[in-house]
Ligand binder design. Sequence first.
Ligand code: XIL
Length: 348
Amino acid sequence: MHKNRLRLVGALAVALMAAGVGTGVPAQAHDKPTTLADLAQRHGRYYGSATDNPELVDEPYKAILGSEFDMITPGNGQKWYATEPQQGVFDFSKGDEIVNLARANHQRVRGHTLVWHSQLPDWLTSREWTATELRAVLKKHIQTEVRHYRGKIYAWDVVNEAFNEDGTYRETIFYKTLGPGYIADALRWAHQADPKAKLYLNDYNVEAVGPKSDAYYKLAKELKAQGVPLHGFGLQAHLALQYGYPTTLEDNLRRFARLGLDTALTEVDIRMILPADETKLATQAQWYRDLTEACLAVRRCVGITLWDYTDKYSWIPAFFEGQGAALPWDEQLQPKPAYFAIKEALKK
Ligand code: XIL
């Protein structure tokens, strides 16, 4: 009996060896290909993509979304207009669809976004509010949404796009009615509702060191000194070839790390004036490589998220006339030079 079992184990080992298991034989064609997420994880980072509800009927699209990435951001489904379409009436169906899909694919989720001047419901923007009223509205919105997703969100973009290009506060309904303190309040309220979620401020045109990123640096320093629950700074990184690469990105990420904050590239795309050509796509690939390397070079740059992964569903053509081709996969879901450049950067 004992002898037989040993013989069986031996035979099994021989069979496994013949199949190339455990022998250090390189991955064969039938193995899962290495994904951006796999490679990022080797560096303790994530590679993510935004997605949006209408696209979730596209099965080939969903297959890549579910396999290549390990972090998901709802592109619209968690915004105020979607989640509180009437005052006090909450609808989390759009956000839930994406959060549930991500969880089924063993992906984490960045929540986006709680306080923003854009994509607000009409009931909020079409009347005047006293400070007392708006404070209550804001607190209820934040806490209802964050509580709904408690335990399911890795990080929240709590306040989005709070500053102007020159580093002054953007005159949003929240700033004008409540003053700059709305930011600390929003962070505290979100923290009460989900103490484990990482809380971020997030903006565009903050990749380079400059007046706008300086404003965040100063604010973050103050908030940390006051013990406000702020954990990260999100740099959207909606870049454009015609404006040049933000060469101070790495230094910029590093100064926020020194404040004790995580950083992340949260909405990356690199648009170009259409038509795309080989030269532009090569430059774009180089920029994707460079920003990936910048994140890997800085402690506490925790990951990178593409603002969707394919040109098929990019927001760029609808918002920037004559521009597009901004993502690492083309409209046919085929990888572009940028995809291979990211992989090379992650393999180093
Ligand atoms: C965009 C979405 O991708 C579009 O579908 C929507 O129509 C407008 O908003 N900065 C942000 C994102 O923080 O929420 C924006 O997303 C892109 C710019």
